[in-house]
Every structure is written in C-alpha cells, then in structure tokens.
Write a protein that binds this ligand. Structure first.
Ligand code: ATP
Length: 311
C-alpha cells in the first residue's frame, strides 16, 4: 500500500508549548484513517501542517508522495480539505459560494460547473436549500457546505478536521455513509475526531494523539482483535468458576470471562456441568480500552508528564 500522508518527526512549537511533538503519521491508500485525540491534543495543528496552512517547527510532511508545503500548488488540487470553521461568504447562497470555490480551482470547465455544484450539494444533502444566504445556515449546514466544497474536485484524498462537528445524529449518519461510499470508490479519507464511537464505526486505521504525541497507530481490526478469551453471559457466573476450575479470568454480574477462544467448546463444558448459558462471545477490547491503555503507557514514560513545554 502506498503512503498517502507521511510525516516524519513533525513538530510544531508555540513558544514553550510543543503543540505537536515529533509525530510520524502513516496514512495509506484506501484507508479511512481516524485521527483521535482529546481537545487541545494537537489535531487541528497537525491537519493545518499537512495542508501547508501552518509551517512545522521541525520535521517533514509528504502528501500524495510530494513534500509539503513545497509542492502545495501541485498537490492541493488533488486534495479535498475541511478545516475547523469552514469560511463562507455569509451574504451569498451555498451555490454561489461553491461557484466561487470552483472558479478558483484548476481544471473543470465553466460549462459543467453547475452540474458539478448540483452533484456535490446532492451528495452532502443540501440540494433543496435554495437561495438562502449561508449566514442563515445552521452549524451543521455550514459543515455540509464545507464538505461539498472539499468534494468539488473529486479528490483522491480527503483531509477533514472534525467533519461531523455540529451535526445531529441523523446528519452524522449521512456524512458517515457518504464518506464510506467515497472511500469505496477509491478516495482515501483522513479525519480527525474526539469521538471514539464515530471512529470505531467507520475507520480502518487509527492514530491517537495525546498531548502532542502519537501514542498509537495501527489497523483498527488488529487493535480490537479477539483476546483469546470467551465471554459467557449467565445468570449464575459463580457456577462457571466451579465448572471450569482454573480457566475463569473474571466474574461480574451476569457474566464470566473464560480462557479459551472456542465458544462452542466452552459452551459444551458448561452445558455438561448444568450451568445455564444465555450467550457466548469472543472477548475483544473496545477502542476505548485500547486508547486508554495507550495513553496510560505514554503517561508512564518518565519524560512525558509535564515535560511537554520544557524541552
Ligand atoms: P480541539 O479539538 O480543541 O480543536 P486540537 O486537538 O485540535 O483541539 P490544537 O488546536 O491543535 O488541538 O491545539 C493544540 C495546542 O496548541 C493547544 O494547547 C492550543 O492552545 C495550542 N495552540 C494552537 N494554536 C496555537 C497558536 N496559534 N498559538 C499558540 N498556541 C496555539
């Protein structure tokens, strides 16, 4: 898989604060990459550096194989971007704003502009919005318009900073479905988010930023792979312990976790012992558990706590 976004030792310092502290991102063609981090962890600063909107203090950015910001004029036409607070002319309609974006971009004839605009408005669910000036748009509508602008050039790569910000649950589902569809059609998607559930539902690969550092980067499927244990749902978890002596890893209300990755075998042993079983499943860590563990490991490093601004 070729690397679509690659950074090495990327740093952004604001005075004494290392807002981004030496990160090596690796986003590959075909990924839906979720860039996770708490508020203030450095996501927006990173996204801005990827797009050449902020200059790194140190390190390198390669976008679609080319160095940024040096190759910005060549690369950015192939990238659709949505960064925090998309800017629109408030007195103009959504269509008029998109016409300006389209006219400013390279390629694409004027003749087909109207069709291009209608198509992206349709994609983001704004087709029926009419002539309303964008200053009367809700936050969610503005976000959709920003996404429409990002889609105008049929980009190979989408870089989106908190794309579902301000959307209601239905809007979030629509945007998620749209991004997944674009990804199926070949677009690599990089999105930042502070919402674990959102990322867990749609991303193939994740990176976790914690106080400016990338504490985790891997395939989601690998991170949440089965642990080798089986979760038994039962009204009588203590009897599981009696029946499978030595294999029970933990017992809680209504469930017991048993060593062994063959639920059928566990079930047979419990049925033979007369233990009532309601359900069986392979144990998998949730993304939340994975992320918390990575953040803990990083906080345990002697150089991590409180040192961020001082080196
Ligand atoms: P959020 O989700 O709240 O947008 P974030 O993860 O995107 O957070 P950043 O906006 O990248 O985080 O900010 C990272 C840190 O850098 C914060 O402590 C922020 O205050 C600081 N920072 C960002 N931009 C600047 C700037 N222009 N000058 C000084 N400090 C800044």
């Amino acid at each position: 898989m070729s690397t679509v976004i690659g950074t090495t030792g990327l740093v952004k310092r604001y005075g004494r604060l290392r807002a981004v502290d030496g990160i090596d991102l690796d986003v590959r063609a075909g990924d839906v990459y979720g860039f996770l981090g708490a508020n203030g962890s450095g996501k927006t600063t990173t996204v801005r550096m990827l797009l050449g909107l902020v200059l790194p203090t140190a390190g390198e950015v390669r976008l679609l194989g080319e160095p940024m910001p040096k190759a910005a004029r060549r690369v950015l036409p192939r990238v659709g971007a949505l960064v925090e607070g998309p800017a629109h002319y408030g007195h103009l309609s959504g269509r008029a704003n998109l016409a300006l974006v389209d006219a400013a971009g390279p390629g694409g004839s004027r003749r087909t502009r109207r069709a291009r605009i209608e198509s992206v408005l349709e994609q983001v669910g704004l087709a029926g919005v009419g002539r309303k000036p964008t200053r009367a748009y809700s936050l969610g509508m503005r976000q959709r318009l920003g996404l429409a602008a990002a889609l105008l050039r049929r980009p190979e790569l989408l870089v989106l900073d908190e794309p579902t910000n301000g959307l209601d649950p239905q809007g979030i589902t629509e945007i998620r479905d749209l991004l997944l569809q674009l990804n199926r059609e070949g677009t690599t998607v990089f999105l930042s988010s502070h919402l674990l559930a959102e990322v867990e539902q749609m991303c193939t690969r994740i990176g976790v930023l914690d106080r400016g550092r990338l504490v985790l980067q891997d395939e989601l499927a690998r991170l949440t792979a089965p642990t080798g244990a089986t979760v038994v749902e039962t009204a009588e978890p203590d009897r599981v312990r009696a029946a499978l002596d030595g294999r029970v890893l933990s017992v809680a209300a209504g469930r017991a976790v048993v060593r062994g990755a063959d639920p059928a075998e566990v079930n047979a042993a419990l049925v033979a012992a007369g233990v009532p079983v309601r359900g069986l499943a392979l144990e998998r860590p949730s993304l939340e558990e994975v992320v918390l563990a990575a953040a803990r490991t990083s906080a345990d490093r002697v150089d991590a706590p409180g040192e961020r601004g001082r080196r």
